[in-house]
Design a protein around this ligand. Structure first.
Ligand code: MLC
Length: 508
């Protein structure tokens, strides 16, 4: 039988039986636990239940719910059926979800109690399973009548396993297809380079709707047989308490986070000393880690963080070594079987050693493309090489650095945000003539979303209205932190908006 994500997880689960797989904490309190054996059997029940509800191999299942044990069991159940998991941020608003429902044409939606109404307001016909994740998980909560036996669907390495929506530089989010091979290769790479084993305990405080929390953290831990101490949400104090526990069931060995999370925890510590020597690996990714923040983490935790780089389209590409030299400011070395080139984005020729160019990637971890978007897929591939849209360079030791971005994307708190998407929402407001959204450097978020707005003639003031309009149509994270009203947008002679000049307006 071909290897699939779920066959690897099931294999570990059958081997480890009564070992704890997940301890779930709500607001910092241990609420429920699950052994590997229960994980395996209940996800079988869920797979049977999903099949009864009409889900088949290749179908899309949307999971639109809070982070929970139920969410994990549904994801594993979907995988057992051979269907495609589409895990979405439960903070998405109606317009955003309308797009995802249409783009995925999902066979079934699994929604949390709070999220259910939004789906029903959009589509009453589509089959939906509503799950209350607000109570402690009970083992007989999901499909108690279904069998705990399930024979896995025969999988193919090229079968799509998940869709991860990324903020498109052209506006609407694109669903990056990650295949079974993409996921298994990625997980095996990470387990290998970071030496993750069943002795490890991961503190998991990331959302499950991105590759960081889902693939790098959850999948690797379940395949390696590690224990996961899972927080329902990130709260700096709670995570700091967990990471400070040296003994007992919550004592962790691994932590993965975005820079904003580390900085919030360090601020909370306010210089207080704690012993973190039991933590063997602290990973930072999803956004650049400034060298000064590398030093702050090292000082607080007594250990150098391992900075690494990845993308929704590829999984993880680069990491500083677990045991070797970790270079502040560098994303490290390519993972096994990851081929990387630095290419002149105009001529497509490799640049000279040490020079800056676009980072191109190839390997079994790279997406075959975007869901139902052949044109967008074509644009990002050149002779089988994936164009990352990131500019970077390689030093003489083979370490890579990201120096800039070709693509127009704002990375705020580890979230990739499309300025285009925000502009199109702002421009829909009846009082707005046009707008330009840019990312400004920010201590807290790395970059923050800000908007320069030109109002229609005769309109004097509309800040609150525009803010409310954004909140209504966009996830809170995407809403501009600052709005500036200008008389006109700076443009070059061709009429192109000069984003750098717009940024300067915010510096004043
Ligand atoms: C929250 N807020 C944000 C924000 N997160 N604003 C901008 N950017 C963000 N990322 C805002 C909220 O809208 C709210 O504003 C206020 O901050 C407080 O909200 P909160 O709910 O208390 O925030 P919190 O839950 O603490 O979230 C912060 C965070 C979160 C850092 C925990 O942003 C997060 O989970 N980030 C990680 C995202 C991630 O997993 N990325 C991986 C992508 S994968 P207001 O005004 O509404 O009150 C990838 C590939 C790879 O990139 O290699 O990893």
């Amino acid at each position: 039988m071909n290897e699939t994500l779920i066959s690897l997880i099931d294999r570990t689960a059958l081997r480890l039986g009564e070992k704890k797989a997940i301890l779930f904490l709500r607001k910092g309190r241990l609420e429920s636990q699950m052994t590997y054996s229960s994980l395996q059997q209940i996800s079988n029940r869920v797979a049977n239940g999903l099949k009864t509800n009409g889900l088949r191999k290749g179908d899309r299942a949307i999971l639109f719910m809070p982070k929970s044990i139920e969410q994990i069991l549904f994801h594993l159940g979907v995988q057992k059926v051979g269907a495609i998991s589409v895990i979405l941020n439960p903070g998405f608003k109606k317009d955003e979800m309308d797009y995802f429902l249409r783009d995925t044409d999902a066979t079934i939606i699994i929604a949390g109690k709070k999220e259910e109404a939004l789906i029903q307001s959009l589509d009453k016909e589509r089959p939906m399973i509503s799950i209350d994740t607000g109570n402690p998980f009970e083992e007989d909560e999901l499909f108690p009548e279904s069998s705990t036996q399930f024979s896995l669907e025969q999988g193919n390495p090229n079968d799509p396993a998940i869709l991860i929506y990324t903020s498109g530089t052209t506006g609407q989010p694109k669903g990056a297809i990650l295949t079974q091979q993409n996921l298994t290769q990625d997980a095996k790479n990470i387990i290998r380079i970071w030496e993750i084993t069943e002795k490890d305990v991961l503190c998991h405080a990331l959302p499950l709707f991105h590759v960081h929390g889902l693939c790098f953290a959850l999948h690797t831990s379940l395949i390696a047989g590690a224990k996961i101490v899972m927080c329902d949400e990130f709260a700096a104090e709670t995570v700091m308490d967990i990471l400070s526990s040296q003994e007992g069931e919550l004592a962790c060995t691994l932590f993965m986070a975005v820079p904003t999370m580390y900085l919030r925890m360090i601020d909370k510590m306010e210089g207080a000393k704690s012993d973190f020597s039991h933590l063997r690996l602290l990973v930072s990714g999803s956004a650049p880690l400034a060298p000064k923040d590398f030093e702050r983490i090292k000082k607080t935790f007594g250990k150098e963080p391992v900075e690494r780089e990845g993308m929704s389209e590829t999984g993880m590409n680069f990491s500083n070594p677990l045991r070797g030299l970790k270079k502040p400011g560098s994303i490290g070395l390519p993972l096994p079987q990851v081929e990387a080139r630095i290419v002149n984005p105009e001529t497509f020729q490799d640049v000279k050693p040490g020079e800056v160019g676009e980072i191109w990637l190839m390997g079994p971890h790279v997406t075959p493309g975007y869901w139902k978007k052949p044109k967008e897929t074509e644009v990002v591939f050149v002779n089988g090489w994936f164009r990352t849209g990131d500019l970077g360079k390689k030093d003489k030791d083979g370490y890579y650095y990201i120096t800039d971005r070709l693509k127009h994307i704002i990375i705020s708190g580890g979230e990739n945000i499309s300025p285009k998407e925000i502009e199109s929402v702002i421009n829909q407001h009846p009082k707005v003539s046009e707008s330009c959204v840019v990312g400004m450097p920010d201590e807290k978020w790395g970059e923050k979303v800000v908007a320069a707005v030109i109002l229609k003639p005769g309109v004097a003031f509309a800040e609150k209205e525009i803010r409310d309009h954004c909140k209504q149509h966009l996830h809170d994270w995407k809403c501009p932190k600052e709005i500036l009203f200008l008389n006109e947008l700076p443009r070059n002679r061709m009429g192109k908006i000069l984003k750098e000049d717009v940024m300067k307006s915010f510096e004043k």
